[in-house]
Design a protein around this ligand. Sequence first.
Ligand SMILES: [Zn+2]
Length: 508
Amino acid sequence: MTDQKTAITPTRAQDFPEWYQQVIRAADLAENSDVRGCMVIKPWGYGIWEQMQRGLDKMFKETGHKNAYFPLFIPLSYLAKEAEHVSGFAKECAVVTHHRLEVDSEGKLRPAPSAELTEPLVVRPTSETIIGATYAKWVQSYRDLPILINQWANVVRWEMRPRLFLRTAEFLWQEGHTAHETEAEAVEETEKMLDVYATFAREFLAVPVFTGEKTEAERFPGAVKTLCIEAMVQDRKAIQAGTSHFLGQNFAKASNIVFQSREGKQELAWTTSWGVSTRLVGTVIMAHADDDGMIVPPRIAPTHVVILPISPKPETREAVFAAAEKLAEELRGVTFHGAPVEVEVDKRDIGGGTKNWEWIKKGAPVRIELGPRDLEKGTVAVARRDQSPKEKQFLPVADVVAQIAATLQAIQDNLYARALTLRDANLCDIDTKEAFYEYFTPKNSGKPEIHGGFARSHWCGSRECEAQIKEDLKVTIRCIPFDAAAEDGQCVFCGNASKRRVIFAKSY
Ligand SMILES: [Zn+2]
C-alpha cells in the first residue's frame, strides 16, 4: 500500500456524502433494506447503539427515571387533539387501515375490505399523545406527580430522502415523557435532560456540542420551548444530536392530564419530552471516521481490543492461539469506566493483512498483533485506531495489560480534542450580510465539500429574516446558545437591532 492510498474511496475531501456511505459499508455497520427508507443495522452498528443505550440508560436512571413501554399504534383521534403537533407530523405518518388480509377473486393477497378499521391507527412518529392519554388516567392528585418515564422504542416518520442512520423512515430511539406539578419543575427537567445529552455527547461520543434553544420556526410541533445539542461534523455542517422539549400545558390540555392541587383546585399538569436516536451513530461516523474507515470512541465500542494471532505455519498455530487467549483473559480482567475491557480474538483463517485492515475499517480502538516471534520475545505489537495504520508499538505483554485502560482513555480524549479543534477552527463571528453570504457559499472556499462552518451572528428575531436566509443559502439558526453574552448588534440580514448572537450553519 502506498502513502496516498486509503481504504475508503472516495476520500472525505473528494466526496463527503459518498465517503459516508462507503464507511458504513466498509465498517459493516448497516445496509439499505428492501423496504425503501428502512435500514438493516448490522451487528457492529447495533453493538455501538447498544453501548450508547447502556450509557444513556444509566444516566436516565441516575436522574430518577424509569423505563416503560407504550403501544406502537396511536388512534388517529389522539394525534388530532393537539393542532400544531398533528400539522407538524401529518406529512410523514404511516397509517394502518385494515386488520386482516384475504385472497381476492384473482388470487391476489389484499387487505380485506370487510376488515377496515373504524378508526385508522397511526404508527407512532413520537408518543406524546398516546403517553399523555395514559398519564391522564394515572394522575388524580398532586401526590401522583412527578411522573418520570423513558421508553426505548422504534418510531416511523415517512422519509422521502433517506440516508443511513441520519434520516430513515423507521429509526430506534428513546423518548422521555414527564409530567409535573409546576411550570418551574418541568422547565428544570427540560434543562436537566439536555444537560444529560450534552454530557453524554462529550464523554461517550467524544463530540463537543453547543447547547441552546431552538427558534420558534425550528421548534418541536406543539412545544413551548425546544432545547437542543448541536454538533459539527467534518464537512462543517451541523447535526442536531438531541432535543429536550418543554411542552407547557399544551399536551396536558389535549390529553386532559388534570390533577387536584395542594389547594384543592383542578389544575393541568406541565409536561416535557426529550429524545435521541440512532442518528447519534451517524453523528459519530461523520465526526470521527477517516479515509481508512470508522473510528469508534472507546466508550461506545462493542469491542475495545481485537487480538490478531499471526501464525503462518501450522506447527506454531496452537501456541500462538493459546497466547492470544491468555492475553485476552488478562485484558478482560481490567475495567474501563466500571465495566470489563471487551476483547475479541480474531482466529479466522484469512490473511493477516486483510484481517488487520478489516478491523481498521471497523474502527476498533486497539489492535494487537501476536505471532511466533513475539512469543519468543514476550512482546506484542499494539496499534491505536486514532493513529496512522502503520504506527505500531512493540510492548511487553505485562505492560499492555497494565496500560490498556489508560490507552483507551487516551484515544477517547484524543478524539474529543480533534473534534473540538476542528469545530473551533470553523467557528467565527460574522457581522455583515456580504461576509455571511460569502462564508456559506462553498465555491468560495475552493473546496466544494466545505459548507462554511458555524457562524455566530446577530439576528433580530424576525421569522422573515430567518426564512430568507434559509431559502437563499440552506442555512438555519441551529440554536440560540445558552452561553451567548448580551451584546448589542445589528441583524446580519436586515440590520435591525439585535441583543445577542445566534449560531447559523448548514445542517443534516
Ligand atoms: Zn433581521
